[in-house]
Design a protein around this ligand. Structure first.
Ligand SMILES: [Zn+2]
Length: 78
């Protein structure tokens, strides 16, 4: 009986170690994603803006709502 308990404990420890490892890998890959963040040029004012903060409008990226409005005015005037 003690043997069975010992085996279960060992298996549990192995499971825990493996689980911790894979958890750490997840965090590492997330860090890498943050470092490899894509920077985009605003279509209107050429300001660099992170992809997750950029606003996609008519297939072009903008740094802010104002730039979209300015761009729309420009297109309208032409
Ligand atoms: Zn802009």
């Amino acid at each position: 009986m003690i043997k069975i308990v010992a085996v279960i404990v060992v298996l549990f420890l192995i499971y825990k170690i493996l689980f911790k490892k894979s958890n750490k890998n997840d965090i590492d890959s997330k860090d890498n994603e943050t470092q490899a963040e894509v920077m985009l040029d605003c279509f209107f004012c050429d300001t660099l803006v992170a992809q997750n903060e950029a606003i996609l409008h008519n297939g072009a990226y903008f740094c802010s709502q104002e730039c979209i409005e300015q761009r729309n005015k420009d297109a309208f005037n032409r």
